[in-house]
Design a protein around this ligand. Structure first.
Ligand code: TPP
Length: 673
């Protein structure tokens, strides 16, 4: 099938009127084409198609300084169609980011290079977020643009006033997450968000008409965006559209009609150019068609100088910004700088200790979701960068601290975000907020719906973002909503994500401790699994030591030499305590280990772990599937928990129904002796 785009590709090349811009764009094209060829893998089509757009944006509009890549008020640039990574690497190299050398480009996609297959946050400066799973960057950009507005409301526009620009392709816009992201951005009127869409009508399978017939411009407008369509190879049109977008009072879509692999003689406009090296002949033909007569990885001095000049544009603005920061009142400046360092405010640990003391004094039976709400009432007061939210369900997951005002369209002075019923969009936006810096995002939903945002949770972990997930209704204990809402495999699935800290606190004191650990850890995400049902206070010891910090600890030692160790998490810890009593009546000496966080316990010193687990037989109890528990209890341990999906009934009826009771735990213990 020859698409309209393919026909267009064979017509004489429409070139920018300005020869300098043309050569600069062609430098990006050949770098992409040659790096992919060298790697024998990668995606040359998108960078060649979007080169003109990138050139206009980076030479005229994007405010950045390669010498200070982390300048807090830089414009953010997100490559949501991350398969076109060579476009970003080329831009970073040519504009003069010191860590993006030509050698890195020559080692595109090789082990240890900064130029990974898809852009990875942390690999090189200038990579704002990890992209590759389509649509995620778009989701992140909503959080970035929102963080900008919220910080501007707090610190003033002299200090925070930047745009967020996104490149995305057909793939990003076909993904479901795009719906949530666009809808949220439109609702919040995030006017400084500008999406440049690579409207090339091609994806891997061929012309996009095989699978989609959305009118993207109309779609964005329906979401409350400004949207227009332009020729993505007409540099004047690109510039004019960006200027219009900058002036808009809404987020803006610029749908840029482009030809994938622009310049390639036979593959331009076809899916063949999407994700494979073009081959020597095609590359030779493209060089001829573009009029580019230089060998691979050679950029002539004048073109390099022009790109360097584009990279140097932002230095003056950055210096002026630094002067404005210096001119702030000392306390405001110190606060801004503390946030940038990602340091928690002084007095944080003291506040946690006081919250724990309050819980001990109250000695109330409360759900850990409620305890979490109480913790947040205090923490949001003393940690001003803590911004909350929930994917609806706010009254259920206790995420809205008493004093938090909501963020509203056009009024970003609040700190609570009603993400709506958009779990995936929420998680991706939170990653964007975390990556932006200056704010710590937390957001809630039911644990069972972690599946709806799992791709973004994985990216939080992978990108080392300190996003905090508050996931309540964490077991069959939630009761009547039934098995659709009762997570069983979710804890195991979440624990399987490397770098994610999954906390399941057993009582209010542990809940506060887990919150403290989550907020201290600024380079990894945390997830708190919290109960709907009330639990007794277990931690009566007056010490201010955070006992959850090692991941597990002996809550109640056996009276005398241990015969069995009962390990539990969350709501099942009190059950283990009751089982210990039952066993004591039979003269069996059992210890109870509370294990709020596997990942921390895994990282604890070996001798500590050995001491906690002991050498006696072990019984684990958790109202979830067994998957993974053998890691702690070994092949000979016993497990009391779920072996299938839950059921619809009051929670207190379900525990006996599924055989998760103190009696069953005691029985399992006896069977091991
Ligand atoms: C979530 C997700 N699904 C699938 C892929 C694999 N994939 C990479 S690029 C691509 C096609 C994207 O099409 P488009 O955005 O039009 O890119 P273009 O062909 O224009 O470069 C697909 C399906 C992915 N990266 N992420």
């Amino acid at each position: 099938m020859i698409s309209a785009a393919a026909e267009l590709a064979r017509a004489p090349l429409p070139r920018p009127r300005d020869p300098k811009l043309r050569h600069m764009a062609d430098a990006l094209r050949v770098l992409a084409m040659d790096a992919v060829e060298q790697a024998k893998s990668g995606h040359p089509g998108m960078p060649m198609g979007m080169a003109d757009i990138a050139t206009v944006l980076f030479t005229k509009y994007l405010r950045f300084d390669p010498q200070r890549p982390d300048w807090p008020d830089r414009d953010r640039f997100i490559l949501s169609n991350g398969h076109g990574s060579m476009l970003l690497y080329g831009l970073l190299h040519l504009t003069g980011y010191p860590d993006m050398t030509m050698a890195e480009l020559e080692h595109f996609r090789q082990l240890g290079s900064r130029t990974a297959g898809h852009p990875e946050r942390g690999h090189a400066s200038g990579i704002e977020v990890t992209t590759g799973p389509l649509g995620q960057g778009l989701g992140n950009s909503v959080g970035m643009a929102l963080a900008e507005r919220m910080l501007a409301a707090e610190f003033g526009k002299d200090i925070v006033d930047h745009y967020t620009y996104v490149f995305c392709g057909d793939g990003c816009l076909m993904e479901g997450i795009s719906h949530e992201a666009l809808s949220l951005a439109g609702h919040l009127r995030l006017a400084k968000l500008v999406v440049l869409y690579d409207d090339n009508a091609i994806s891997i399978d061929g012309p996009t008409e095989l699978a989609v017939s959305d009118d993207q411009v109309m779609r964005f407008r329906a979401h409350g965006w400004d949207a227009e369509r332009i020729d993505g190879h007409d540099t004047d049109a690109i510039a004019a559209a960006i200027e219009r977008a900058q002036q808009s009072d809404r987020p803006s879509l610029i749908a840029c009609r482009t030809v994938i692999a622009f310049g390639a003689p036979t593959k331009a406009g076809t899916a063949a150019a999407h994700g494979a090296a073009l081959g020597a002949d095609e590359i030779k033909g493209a060089r001829q068609r573009l009029g580019w007569n230089y060998p691979p990885f050679v950029i002539p001095d004048d073109i390099r100088a022009a790109w360097r000049e584009a990279g140097a544009r932002g230095a003056a603005a950055r210096q002026a910004w630094e002067a404005r920061l210096q001119a702030l009142p000392a306390d405001k400046r110190a606060e801004f700088e503390r946030r940038q360092r990602r340091a928690l405010p002084q007095g944080f640990d003291q506040a946690i200790a006081e919250i724990c003391a309050g819980f001990r004094k109250a000695d109330a039976r409360i759900a850990t979701r409620q305890a979490s709400g109480t913790v947040l009432d205090t923490l949001t007061k003393i940690v001003p960068e803590l911004v909350g939210g929930s994917a609806d369900l706010t009254p259920s997951n206790n995420t809205k601290a008493k004093e938090l005002k909501e963020v509203r369209p056009g009024d970003y002075s609040g700190r609570y975000i009603h993400y709506g019923v958009r779990e995936h969009g929420m998680a991706a936006a939170m990653n964007g907020i975390a990556a932006h810096g200056g704010l710590i995002p937390y957001g809630g939903t039911f644990l069972t719906f972690s599946d709806y945002c799992r791709p973004s949770i994985r990216l939080s972990a992978f990108s080392k973002l300190g996003t905090v997930y508050v996931m309540t209704h964490d077991s069959i204990g939630l009761g009547e909503d039934g098995p659709t809402h009762q997570p069983v495999e979710h804890l195991a699935a979440l624990r399987a994500i490397p770098g994610l800290y999954v906390y399941r606190p057993a009582d209010p004191v542990e809940t506060a401790e887990c919150w403290a650990l989550a907020l201290h850890r600024r380079d990894a995400p945390s997830l708190l699994a919290l109960t709907r049902q009330a639990l007794p206070l277990l931690r009566r010891d007056a010490s201010s030591e955070n006992r959850s910090a090692q991941g597990a600890y002996v809550l109640a030692e056996a009276e005398g030499a241990r015969q069995v160790t009962l390990i539990a998490t969350g709501s099942e810890v009190s059950m283990a305590m009751a089982a210990r009593e039952l066993l004591a009546k039979d003269g069996i000496r059992a210890a109870v280990v509370s294990m709020p966080c596997w990942e921390l316990f895994d990282a604890a010193p070996e001798d500590y772990r050995r001491k906690v687990l002991g050498t006696a037989p072990m019984v684990a109890v958790e109202a979830a599937v067994e998957f993974g528990w053998e890691r702690w209890i070994g092949r000979h341990g016993a497990f009391v928990g779920m072996h299938g999906f839950g059921a619809s009934a009051p929670g207190e009826k379900l525990f006996p129904h599924f055989g998760i009771t103190a009696e069953k735990v005691a029985e399992a213990a006896r069977s091991l002796l």
